[in-house]
Design a protein around this ligand. Structure first.
Ligand code: FAD
Length: 448
């Protein structure tokens, strides 16, 4: 490590090795503490050295030096992942990509962008809106997360109701990536060749820029809808995405969860027993929505100002959805954790069976998504932590009732997905990281 730090410090490219323990601790951490399984597993794992980069040639210099010195390299965007994706298991160097943050181009005809991996999503979206375009998908952490970290470590979020998930073909059109070799290569990969690096936790190539499809910018109106009856709220959440009312986000919170949320300024706190549906609706949906909702037992309680990507003040409604729901819940109940499930259709039998067995130890938070082209509901239930066996029992029950669990309590790419090794991801690692130095321990299929 000492020799690597000295080599980097001597580089004419202006690299500054970071060795201060407090800074190394910060740059080695993410948000895996939502999982009581991961927390003890990752405790104390930290880099021995960190470097921040702003230019591709700096990335290449660090990659080459790590390969020659045989030092593990872990990439970091903003460090907002939930599964310890950017926590270095084997020490080594953390490469902070946040300074590589230029929007390189926006094609006015197709809307296709090429942007560097460290672009903060909200800031990037702000740049696109000026041209009438917007990102299709963003995590609820869009105000801090990077584009490269979202592709390498995320899956979907805001926009998933219309656009599905990041690994669906058509979102990622190409990558610029650097290999981890003594003489690093700067690759330009097309959509097909980029796919194995998509959601690979930075184990098989350093993404320096991404070509992405965008969508037309819509000034989504944030709405909060109240329901006295859970059955009506659930039915509304199922039915809304099948109408021609244009929505970008749909989040349903069971009453106890709604009661614990910090609502945006001007939005009333949830009354006892009130279930809440959170929507991002297109302006032309605002006219028919109140009547349509009222016929189903729902009442619009609050309509916010249009969110201004990257420029909003205060708490946006988006930051009550996806894993921000978990964040706010855990702020007052840190002993709770969560799960991620794609729910079967119809959803009610599973929700009721779980409620029957676990009572108020499992609380429902649902998100509307598009899965394989069809509207579906996913769940990020809040779960009172009662130990690993109880969690495994709950997952087994949900699986038996037809849900597809995506386990947030594991550290490998495969275990967080469907549990299956992706041969293309492993082949990309063999080609671009032949010594197996990138984020070691996170790709189960790699036996290097
Ligand atoms: P990081 O955490 O820094 O990195 C993520 C992974 O990508 C790591 O494995 C890292 O090594 C790798 N990586 C980073 N940069 C590169 C690069 N240039 N090349 C190759 N690999 C790289 N996720 C969702 O998908 N949807 C959500 O709605 C969502 N909501 C969240 C809410 C909360 C409150 C929290 C704490 C997390 C949430 N997440 C969500 C998880 C996370 O915020 C997102 O996935 C986010 O996009 C990660 O971006 P990041 O820049 O923080 O990446």
């Amino acid at each position: 490590i000492g020799a690597l730090a000295a080599e980097l410090a001597a580089s004419p490219l202006g690299l500054t090795p970071i060795l201060a323990p407090a800074e190394l601790g910060r740059l080695s951490a993410d948000f895996h503490d939502y999982s009581p399984v991961l927390e003890p597993l990752l405790k104390g794992r930290r880099a021995q050295l960190a470097v921040k980069v702003e230019r591709v040639e700096q990335v290449m210099a660090v990659a080459g030096a790590c390969a020659r010195h045989r030092v593990p390299l872990t990439l970091r965007g903003a460090g907002t992942g939930n599964y310890g994706q950017c926590v270095p298991l084997a020490g080594g160097l953390v490469l902070d990509m946040g300074g590589l943050n230029r929007l390189r181009s926006l094609d006015p005809d197709s809307g296709v962008i090429e942007a560097e991996s460290g672009c903060i999503l909200a800031q990037l979206d702000g740049q696109l809106v000026a041209h009438g375009r917007a990102l299709r998908l963003a995590p609820s952490t869009y105000r801090s997360a990077t584009l490269g970290g979202f592709i390498a470590g995320g899956s979907g979020g805001l926009g998933s109701l219309r656009w599905g998930f990041l690994r669906d073909p058509g979102h990622l059109l190409g990558l610029e990536a650097v290999t981890l070799e003594a003489e690093p290569r700067l690759l330009r990969l097309d959509a097909a060749a980029s796919a194995p690096l998509n959601h690979a936790y930075g184990t098989n190539g350093i993404i320096t820029a991404l070509r992405m499809a965008t969508t037309e910018a819509v000034a989504w109106e944030p709405l909060v809808v109240g329901f006295a009856r859970w059955e009506e709220a659930l039915e509304t959440a199922r039915e809304l995405p099948t109408t021609a009312l244009l929505l970008n986000a749909l989040c349903l919170l069971e009453a106890p969860v709604a009661a614990a949320m910090p609502w945006p300024a001007g939005c009333p706190a949830a009354a006892s027993g009130e279930h809440r549906l959170l929507l991002h609706a297109a302006p032309d949906s605002l006219e028919p929505l109140p009547g349509w909702l009222a016929a189903r037992g729902g009442r619009i309680l609050w309509q916010g100002r249009r969110p201004e990507p990257g420029r909003g003040r205060g708490l946006p409604l988006a930051e009550l959805t996806w894993n921000h729901t978990t964040l706010h819940w855990r702020a007052q109940a840190p002993e709770w954790t969560y799960l991620q499930l794609l729910l079967p259709r119809p959803e009610a039998p599973l929700l009721e069976a779980v409620r029957g067995r676990w009572g108020t130890d499992v609380l429902w938070h649902l998100e509307g998504v598009r899965h394989l082209g069809a509207p579906r509901l996913t769940a990020l239930p809040l779960v009172r932590w009662q130990g690993p066996e109880a969690l495994a029992d709950l997952v087994a029950q949900c699986r038996a009732l037809g849900a597809v669990p995506f386990d947030p309590h594991v550290i490998t790419v495969e275990d967080g997905g469907l549990g299956v090794v992706d041969a293309d991801q492993v082949a990309a690692k063999a080609a671009f990281d032949p010594a197996g130095l990138m984020n070691p321990g996170k790709l189960r299929g790699w036996r290097g």
